[in-house]
Ligand binder design. Sequence first.
Ligand SMILES: Cc1ncc(COP(=O)(O)O)c(C=O)c1O
Length: 350
Amino acid sequence: MKIIDFRSDTVTKPSPGMWKKLKSLENSDLGDDVEGEDPTVNELEQKAAKLVGKESALLTTSGTQGNLIALLSQTVPGDEILVEERSHIYKWEVGGAARIGGLMVRTFPSDKGSFVPNKLQPLIRHKDIHESITSLICLENTHNDHGGIALPIDLFKSTKSFATKNDLKIHLDGARIFNAAVALNQHVTEFTKYVDSVQFCLSKGLSCPIGSILAGSTELITKARKFRKMLGGGMRQAGIVAAMPLIALESNWTTRLAEDHKNTFRLYEGLLDSGLQINIQKPDTNILMVEFPENVLMPKIVDLLNNVGIKTHDTSQRIRFVTHYGLNEDDVDYSVDVILKTFKKFFDSL
Ligand SMILES: Cc1ncc(COP(=O)(O)O)c(C=O)c1O
C-alpha cells in the first residue's frame, strides 16, 4: 500500500546534497562543540545568525529546547510572559516555561494568530507591589495551530512598539519562519529585525534530521549557551548534526518551501467541493486544516485514513495535513482521491 505521510514536516528525510555534505566530513573536521571547537557548528551558527540578521546563533537539539532557552535567557523565575492561547509554547512544550523557567504564563486570544498588541495593555503587570513582572511576549510565525497562517510584518511592527513602551523582550517562535517569509514574499530579516530572539527549526521544512537555531544578540546567545548546557543540550562532535543544515541554509532551500505551499493549495482545491460536512481553511503555507462537526470522533477518522495509507494527526476537531520535501503533485492528487473516498464512506456510515 502506498503511504503518504502528512503528519508533519518533521518526517522529512535529508536531500542527496545533505548526505553528500555529511559524508564529506573526516575525523579531522570534528571538534568538541561544548568547547566551541567544532568548525562545522561554528560555520552553521555564523551563517544562521547572518541569515536572520542577528549577531550570534546557537545550535539547539530541537525547537522546544530553543524556545525554552530563549525564555530562560530573557526572564527570571517569577516573571510573567504573554503567549497567544494556541501557541506551541503554551500548548505543546510540556509546560517547560513553568516547570523549568519558573515563569507565569499568561495567554491572550487572537483572531487566527493576529491580535492588536495595544489591546494587551491591561495584561501588563509590574507597577503594583503585589504583582509579578511582565517581561516578555512571544510571537509564532507561521502559526501552527491556526493552520500555518503567515502573520504579516505589521503585527511585528506593532508588537515591537508595544514591547518598547512596556519594557518587554520579544521572542519569535519561528519554527516555520521561512514558510512565512516565502508566503509573504519577504526576506526573513523583515520579521526578525523586530524581535530580540528567534528560534527556527532545521528539522521541519528545511528537511534536516535534527536541530534548531536560536539567534539573537551576542550577549543573549552567550547566556543561552550556558542554559543549553544546563538542559543537557551541549553536544560534542556536533559537526555531524550541523553539516546537513549548512546545505539547507546555503542553497536556495528556503525558497523551495514554495513547492510545499503549492502542494497544500492543490490539496485544498482537491478537497474543497466535496459536498461533505467538512470545513476547510484556505492555507497560507504548508499546513491544511480540515474541520469536522462536533459529533465526529476524530481518532476514528485518523484511523480510517491511516488504514488506507494516509497518515495524519488530529487537533481540536480538525485533521491537520502538512506538506513537505518528499511529497510531490502526484502524491497530492493520489491522496485527494483516497481522502475523499474515505471521508465519504465515513459520513455515509453515520
Ligand atoms: C510552531 C512550533 N514551535 C516549536 C516546535 C517544536 O519543535 P521540536 O519538535 O523540534 O521540538 C514546533 C514543532 O512542531 C512547532 O510547530
